[in-house]
Design a protein around this ligand. Sequence first.
Ligand SMILES: Nc1nc2c(ncn2[C@@H]2O[C@H](COP(=O)(O)OP(=O)(O)OP(=O)(O)O)[C@@H](O)[C@H]2O)c(=O)[nH]1
Ligand SMILES: [Mg+2]
Length: 445
Amino acid sequence: MKMVLEGVRNALLRFLKSGKSYEESVKEFIKELQKELIKADVNLRVVLSITRGIKERALKEEPPPGVSRREWLITIVYEELIKLFGGEKSPEIKPPKKPWVILLVGLQGSGKTTTAAKIAYYYKLDGYRVGLVSADTYRPAAYDQLKQLGEKAGIPVYGEPNSKDAIEIARRGVEFFKQKGFDIIIVDTAGRHHKEEDLLKEMREIASKIKPDEVMLVIDASIGQQAYEVARKFHETTPIGTITITKLDGTAKGGGALSAVAVTGATIKFVGTGEKIDELEVFKPPRFVARILGIGDIEGLVEKVRRTKIEFTEKDVEEFLSGKITMRLIYKQLLSLRKMGPLRKILSMIPGLSLKMPFNMDIEAKQAEQKIKKWLAIINSMTYEELNNPEILDRSRIRRIAIGAGVEPSDVKELIKQYQAIKKLAKQLKRRKDLLEKLQFGARI
Ligand SMILES: Nc1nc2c(ncn2[C@@H]2O[C@H](COP(=O)(O)OP(=O)(O)OP(=O)(O)O)[C@@H](O)[C@H]2O)c(=O)[nH]1
Ligand SMILES: [Mg+2]
C-alpha cells in the first residue's frame, strides 16, 4: 500500500533526532503533524482536537520507567492515530453463518465491481465457495466486466445480460447460488443512475428483496472527507454493515476518507490498494498506523514502549510457574495491576486454582494506586543485583533504597513481605503444576 500520511513518519524521525529542548521539539512536531493531517484531507476540527490531545499528553504524561520522553511521544502518537482511524477493534471477517449474502453498494465508479471480485477471491483463498451476482443493469457490459474478473479468479458469476430488472436478477442470482450450496454470495449493483435518489431507491428495493446479511458500502478514497456525507446518506437509506475504501493507493486524501468514515462509527472492513484482484487488505487500524509510522526504527521503539506497558511474556509466566521469582517480575505485575493484571487472569484459568494474588488483597482501589506508585519507586531504587536476588536485602540496603525512593523503610519491608508471599505462592503453584503434569503423564500411560 502506498503510504498515506508518509510525512508523519518523517516528522517523528526529525523529532527523535532534534537537538532542541523536549518542549520545543514537541511544539515543532505538532505543527508538522497538523500540516500532514490536513494534507491528507483529515477534517480540520478533528486535526485540531487530535493534535491538542497529543500535545497535552506529551507534556503531561510521565513515560514508564526505561522509556525516554521522546520515545514515549511515539507511543502517544501511535495510540491517538489508532483512535483517529477507528480504534483497536478488528473487523469481523469470518461470516457468522452460511450462506452469507453481501450486497455491494456505492456511487458510480467507486470500485464496486472490482471490489466484488476481490472479496470473492479473498474468501475463496480462505476456503469458501463464493458466487458473484451481477445486478447492474445500467452500466453497459457490466455483466461482462464482472464475468471477466470472475473467470480470472475462478469464481462463477450469475447474470442476465438481457434483463433490465436488477431486483429480480439479484433475487434469482442469490437463489441460484443458495440452491447450489454456496457459502458466500456477493451481489454487485449499479452506481450509474441519472439521479442519486434513484440509486438509493434501487438499493433499498434490492436490500428488502434479498435481505442481505451484510450491506457493504464501497467508497473511493479520493473523495477524502466527503466520505462522511456519503456514508451517512447511504446509511440512512439502508443500514450499512461494513465499508470498503478503495483506491487508497492512488490518492493523498486517503487519511481524510478513512478518518471521516471512522467518525461515523461504521466498520471499515477492507481497503483496496490497487487494481489487481489481490490488492485488497483487511483494515486493522493498529497495523495501518504502525505502517504509517514506518518500519524499522520507529516500529522497534513503539514495540519497546508497548512491551513495557504490555505486561507479561510467556517466559515470565513460565518463570513464575517454575517458582523463579525476581523483583522484575513483581515490577511487571505492579505495572499490569494498573490495567487488570493478566498474570492473575492466567492464574485464574488454571483448573483447580482459586486464588487471590497477594497484591490485590484488601487494598482499596485508590490506596492501591498510591501503594503501587510507592512500590514502583522502591523497585526503581534497587540495584540489578537486588532486583534479581531480593534475598540479599538487609537493613542497610533497605535504608538506602528507602531514601532513594523517598519512602519509609517500613514501606520497603512491606514490599519485601509481598515478594515473599508471592514467592511462597509460586512454590505452591509449582508443586501443583508438577503434580498435574505427573497425573497427566500417568493418564497417558
Ligand atoms: N488504483 C486502484 N484502482 C481501483 C481500485 N478499485 C477499483 N479501481 C479502479 O476503479 C475503476 C472503477 O472500478 P469499478 O469496479 O468498475 O467501479 P464501480 O463502482 O463498479 O463502477 P460502476 O459500476 O460504474 O458504478 C476501475 O478502473 C478499477 O480498476 C483500487 O483499489 N485501486
Ligand atoms: Mg460496477
